[in-house]
Each structure stands twice: as C-alpha cells, then as structure tokens.
Design a protein around this ligand. Structure first.
Ligand SMILES: Nc1ncnc2c1ncn2[C@@H]1O[C@H](COP(=O)(O)OP(=O)(O)O)[C@@H](O)[C@H]1O
Ligand SMILES: CCCC(=O)OP(=O)(O)O
Length: 364
C-alpha cells in the first residue's frame, strides 16, 4: 500500500437546513462552504433518500466552482445519521450501515445522506470512507430512558458531533478534563438539542428529532400528547403528514413557512409582533430545557454552552442568557466546527492512532 504522510479528506455534512462541504489536508482546511436550502426546495421531496441527487449536486457543484478535483482525495467522511444506538467514535462506512440508512430503518433525517453520498464517492475512487459521532450516539443514564408508558423508551438522537466537540473545547477553556466536567450544551440548529454532559457522557438529552424538547426552526418539539392523538385520528392527515409536522414542517416553518431564523429575526426588527412572540416562545422553551438539565446535574453546572447556527443571533442568545445566567457562566460558540470534527475523526484513523469501529448487521 502507498505510504502517505499527508491525507486529503473530503468532508460532507448534510443538515436539515443546509449542506456543508469541506476539504482538509490533514488538520488544515483547504476549503469549506455552506449551501443553505430554502424550505420550498426541501418540501418538494417526500422523503430524505429522495434528496440524494439534490444534495450530491450541491456538493459536487461546490467542489467544481472551487476547482477541486476528486482524484486528489484520499478519504471521504460524512456526518452520521439515524442508525441503531451506538457509542461515540469513528466508524468505517459498511454495507450494514448503508442498508439501514437506505431503508430508513431507524428514521429519516438529512444526516442519513452523509454516509450514503460519502460511500458512493469513495467506492468510485476506491478510497476509504467514514462517519464520526453520528446523531444516535447513546450515553443516556438508565433513568433517562424510561417514559410514563411502558411501551415507549426515550432515544438519544442529538447533535452528538458538535455537542461533544463544543463540550471538550469548553472544558479546556475552564481548565477541567471533559471527563470531570458538568456541562450543559445547547445546539441551536435546524433542530435544537440540550444535553447534560456528566463525567464525559451525555447522561440526558432531548430527542431532537421526534417531538421532544424545545421547538426549533423546523421541529415541533414537545406537544400536548392528547391534542396530537386527536389530530392523528381526525382523518385529516396521513401518517407521513403528521411525522413531517414533528420534523420538517414544525417550529418556525409551521408559523412562518421558513426555516431561516435570520429572516424571522429581521421581521422582529421591522416590528412584526407575531415574529417576536414566536421567537420569544422558542427562547423560553430553550431556557426551560436548560433548567431541566441543570437538575440532571444536581445544580452543579460548570458552564452552559450555546452553539450552532442560531447562536449567531445575539437577540436569541441574549434572551436565553437572561433566563439561565443564574445557573452558571454561559459560553457562546456561534456556528459549529463539524467539518473539522469530522476531518479530525477520519484523520485519527488514517494515521492509525485509532482503530475504526465497525457497524455490523444485527438481527431483528
Ligand atoms: N447569523 C444568524 N442569525 C440568526 N440565525 C442564523 C444565523 N446564521 C444561521 N442562522 C440560523 O441557524 C439555523 C441553521 O443552523 P445550523 O447549525 O447551520 O443547522 P443545520 O445543520 O440544521 O442546517 C437556520 O435557522 C439559520 O437561519
Ligand atoms: C437529528 C438530530 C440532529 C439535528 O437535528 O440536526 P439538524 O439541526 O442538522 O437538523
């Protein structure tokens, strides 16, 4: 095998409102781009796998415009999607993984496309492909798994990649090992997740996809369950329409038809009362969720971290900070560095510092 000390890595990060693409030479970013997707464009697809060509096109066009040739790439890494619950780490993209993602066996989210597109490109180029810290990383403590219905267990579905990396960065900043810090990390993206990080594990977090936690640019968040049951049996909606109300057509999309929080914030500045009321309610729900996580940590919170695309909004972070600053210091990391986290996860394996984990077939 060719001995290479330098690794050029193509990084793909499909999210609910954007597709992010980058190229790294070892740890140095050579190029990165965020392609934002309008709600009207995404709405045209009935399920996530149908967005495959649309997202792949966005990636290939971005590389083309930049004059980046795929032939120079040594590995591809994609954001990991809805698989069965697994531990944190870098995983080789496997046949079993591709099968589960194609079938949508564990649900639908844009991140499912990360491995699917990475796998196709890597197969054509005969190079390795990976995912890192997919959205199903599961470190929940036992009591966080139960609900008040025996048949329903809570699931760990969240922005694991950015939550873990933001938590490590904050732990570094406050001078504690991540494994000894008590942190609340809030990822404010197309979905919103609020995690309690205790002893290096995400002991509790809202399921950011399936109607749990604060509403977000495109998620309903927690809803009164009897009202949802009534809607389901009203005869007015199909199961697919109801699922989309929870993820895709919920939150800001439900009120304003857009997943773009910047647009809604601009409406507040122009004096739109409904825009202000809804954004305040979203901030309020986020604040309440942070309060709940502080209880998971018995009130011993080293820091609250606000991160993700919406953390660019000083209006929103200001509203949240007013509610929660009595709990602990609040650190704001606007945006995310998921492309770098993905590249570094792949690099550790390429440099043989770490063995890749294997996602195999499982019965049932
Ligand atoms: N400067 C900004 N001010 C307010 N909202 C922003 C800003 N930048 C991005 N956003 C919002 O952040 C959300 C997307 O966050 P991001 O973390 O990129 O999510 P995703 O990975 O789901 O696409 C969108 O609602 C977008 O409008
Ligand atoms: C499925 C949890 C992760 C998530 O919500 O990601 P986006 O914000 O990119 O939709």
């Amino acid at each position: 095998m060719k001995q290479i000390s330098s690794h050029r890595i193509l990084v793909l990060n499909p999210g609910s409102t954007s597709t992010k693409v980058g190229v790294f030479e070892n740890k140095a970013s050579l190029f990165s781009k965020v392609v934002r997707h309008r709600q009207e464009d995404i709405k045209a697809y009935s399920n996530i796998v149908d967005q495959y060509q649309f997202r792949k096109q966005a990636i290939l066009e971005s590389l083309d415009v930049e004059g980046i040739s795929l032939s120079k790439i040594d590995a591809v890494v994609g954001r990991g999607g809805l698989l069965r619950p697994i531990e944190s780490g870098t995983y080789e993209i496997s046949g079993a993984m591709i099968k589960d993602l194609r079938e949508g066996k564990y649900g639908e989210h844009a991140s499912n496309l990360g491995a699917l597109i990475a796998f196709e490109i890597s197969t054509q180029l005969n190079i390795p492909s990976y995912i890192v810290d997919p959205v199903v990383v599961d470190e929940l403590m036992p009591e966080a798994r139960l609900t008040g219905l025996k048949e329903i267990k809570r699931k760990s579905i969240f922005h694991a990649l950015n939550q873990k990396s933001a938590a490590r960065k904050a732990a570094d900043e406050i001078g504690k090992p991540y494994e000894e810090a008590n942190l609340i990390v809030v990822h404010l993206g197309g979905g919103i997740t609020v995690g309690a990080h205790k002893d290096g594990k995400v002991a509790d977090v809202n399921n950011g996809l399936n109607g749990d936690g604060p509403f977000s640019p495109e998620r309903s968040g927690t809803l009164p369950v009897a009202d949802v049951i009534s809607m389901c049996f009203s005869g007015r909606y199909t199961i697919s329409e109801m699922m989309k109300k929870a993820a895709g057509q919920g939150g800001l999309v439900s009120y304003f038809g857009t997943n773009n929080a910047e647009e809604v914030e601009a409406q507040i500045v122009q004096g739109n009362h409904e825009a202000e009321e809804v954004m305040r309610a979203m901030a309020y729900q986020i604040g309440k969720e942070i309060g709940a996580r502080s209880v998971c940590l018995s009130g011993k919170v080293d820091a609250i971290i606000l991160t993700g695309g919406l953390a660019h909004s000083e209006w929103l972070t200001g509203e949240i900070i007013k509610m929660v600053s009595w709990i602990s210091d609040v650190i704001v990391y606007p945006g995310e560095d998921e492309l770098r986290s993905l590249a570094e996860g792949a690099l550790r394996v390429l440099k043989k510092e770490e063995e890749p984990k294997i996602y195999g077939y499982k019965e049932g």
